[in-house]
Design a protein around this ligand. Structure first.
Ligand SMILES: [Zn+2]
Length: 60
């Protein structure tokens, strides 16, 4: 069973739900396909801020 969930908010490709498995991701109410969500993950700015958070945890 293939059900159209919506369109990717970045590339406008249709995102489907296949057998209960979403063919993309939902972030803060925004629908993204897998390729656009991977581009977000590879953003160096978000990685740097996560690393900084870990260091402050070690200090305290
Ligand atoms: Zn996309």
């Amino acid at each position: 069973m293939k059900e159209l969930v919506g369109n990717c908010s970045q590339c406008k490709k249709p995102v489907y739900c296949l057998e209960g498995f979403l063919n993309g991701v939902h972030i803060n109410g925004t629908l993204l396909c897998f390729s656009c969500s991977e581009e977000r993950d590879q953003n160096p700015g978000s990685l740097a801020s996560a690393d900084r958070r870990n260091k402050s945890d070690n200090i305290s």
